[in-house]
Design a protein around this ligand. Structure first.
Ligand code: NDP
Length: 484
């Protein structure tokens, strides 16, 4: 039996901290359904301790130079890379994602963020604006204490994608992982401090939504960055607005992926597989509405079915496994509910459609064809391995249908017509677009959504704007002229 019990539940002021008064949180390994760790939810005392530590730590951190801050973040990135194997196993235990994935996508992506923002830390400056003899200069200042709240699909990556830019800019952070995946962020905090981070600059507290809500409303907090669903995003955004706090909202999606008849079919099928079945479909930017031009529909579905034979469902810790379970029994039941709705509402089940006959929360990779725009599986985010394939005739028609959603996280197009590719992307109402590929999110590129999918951007130099504030200083070189 797996055991992943951490030293204690929270990491505050540079050390592991426990408070057994907090309600228990059981961490369940999704491949077996067995409890692998029991943690405790943060009590009000723990929340207060974390925010006080972050408040004090931020002053010390912000007083250091960007070069010094960056050096610590880059050292943490090196430690993460050195321990990639151990951290990837923990990510697999936390989420159920296959080790084949976690070895290349999670701790490594976290390290990329720490390295990238560590490199930027010393470059953050204001500007000088000459106004005749007078002049203005600007100072780029940190916001203060930032709260990060994570979803359960990428616990290491989310802890780093929020922490790295926040810390590079001189902020401190209190991070609350999803109660479903409480383990990985603790390791990120431990490693950051091992790399030399002053105590209190990055803290982790466990808990359900109510703990997140207490963090968001605390007056010591200047900014909230949430990765989660649209309904949670609405609540958190509203609570932050009450005190005019800064926010970044990385929310859900129902992204379109359009395959034109001139596309390379194998490439398009690869994009659709990557955009629907990686992490068993539990990826926010997934291209779950696959629009295929009518003339190639049969060829596309045939090739897709052949390629699905390559899915290897099994023990996620076995590197041969490339398709893992849902993160929890709850998520599995939500996804099965959507599959039933798809069948009931008249979509054609092409592949999968049921639980796998094994322990854990496995659902077969599922494909529906003949999906129409009004069906529930066409409109709502499923967050599981369920691909919906739609037919279309013309570019004009498919663009209107692709954008007919409240979401705007991502969108993709497969075509060999260069002009059409750029025209289509210009027409997409989405924050992150792909031409002849899907779902890549390198730290150098901005990532985030428009419409209901979010506010702000993570990664890239864009993130700096979301973790700093500009102070303007007007310097007069001449006498003051007043009206009387
Ligand atoms: P949820 O919205 O259920 O939860 C997100 C986080 O918010 C969790 O830590 C949750 O705690 C916490 N939370 C819940 N209620 C509140 C509240 N009132 N105040 C403060 N915090 C609260 O999302 P899931 O964890 O189920 O993750 C899946 C969702 O995340 C999908 O919609 C997906 O698209 C989205 N996502 C978006 C990404 C992006 O970058 N755009 C990336 C990854 C996922 P707890 O879980 O403990 O209840």
């Amino acid at each position: 039996m797996q055991n992943a019990q951490p030293t204690s539940s929270h990491f505050i002021n540079g050390a592991y901290v426990e408070d057994a008064e907090g309600a228990p949180i059981e961490c369940i390994y999704p491949a077996t359904g067995k409890v692998i760790a029991t943690l405790h939810e943060a009590t009000p005392a723990i929340i207060d301790q974390a925010l006080s530590a972050a408040h004090a730590g931020q002053k010390i951190w912000a007083a250091m130079t960007g070069t010094e801050r960056g050096r610590i973040l880059r050292r943490a990135a090196d430690i993460i890379r050195d321990r990639n194997c151990e951290l990837s196993i923990l990510e697999t235990l936390d989420t159920g994602k296959p080790l084949q994935e976690t070895l290349v996508a999670d701790a490594t992506s976290g390290a990329d963020a720490l390295e990238y923002f560590g490199g930027l830390a010393a470059t953050l400056t204001g500007e000088h604006i000459q106004l005749g003899q007078d002049w203005v200069y600007t100072i780029r200042e940190p916001l203060g204490v930032c709260v990060g709240i994570g979803a359960w699909n990428y616990p290491t990556q989310i802890a780093c994608w929020k922490g790295a830019p926040a810390l590079a800019c001189g902020n401190s952070m209190v991070f609350k992982p999803s109660e479903t995946t409480p383990l990985c962020a603790l390791k990120v905090a431990e490693i950051l401090h091992e790399a030399g981070l002053p105590a209190g600059v990055y803290n982790v507290v466990q808990g359900r939504g109510a703990v997140g809500a207490s963090l968001v409303t605390d007056p010591r907090v200047a900014k909230v960055s949430l990765t989660g669903s649209v309904p949670t995003g609405r609540k958190v955004y509203a609570a932050a607005a009450e005190r005019m706090k800064h926010v970044t909202m990385e929310l859900g999606g129902k992204s379109p992926l359009i395959v034109f008849e001139d596309a390379d079919i194998d490439n398009a099928v690869s994009g659709a597989i990557l955009g629907n079945f990686y992490s068993s479909g539990q990826v926010c930017s997934n291209g779950t509405r696959v629009f295929v031009q009518k003339d190639i529909k049969a060829a596309f579905l045939k090739r897709l079915k052949e390629r699905l034979q390559g899915a290897v469902m099994g023990d996620p810790l076995d590197e041969a496994t490339n398709f893992g379970p849902m993160v929890s029994a709850d998520q599995m039941n939500i996804v099965l509910g959507y599959i039933n709705k798809g069948t009931d509402e008249g979509a054609t089940l092409v592949a999968g459609g049921k639980m796998a006959e094994r322990d854990g929360f496995f659902i077969e990779p599922t494909v529906f064809a003949d999906v129409t725009d009004d069906m529930t599986i066409a409109r709502e985010e499923i967050f599981g391995p369920v691909m919906a394939v739609f037919d279309f005739d013309t570019e004009e028609e498919v663009m209107a249908r692709a954008n007919d959603t409240e979401f705007g996280l991502a969108a993709g197009v497969f075509t060999n017509d260069l002009t059409r590719a750029h025209r289509v992307v210009a027409g997409f109402e989405a924050g992150t677009c792909y031409i002849n590929t899907y779902n890549l999110a390198p730290v150098e590129a901005p990532f985030g959504g428009s419409k209901a999918s979010g506010v702000g951007r993570e990664n890239s130099k864009e993130a700096i704007n979301h973790y700093t504030e500009v102070k303007t200083v007007y310097v007069a070189m001449t006498p003051v002229e007043a009206q009387f």
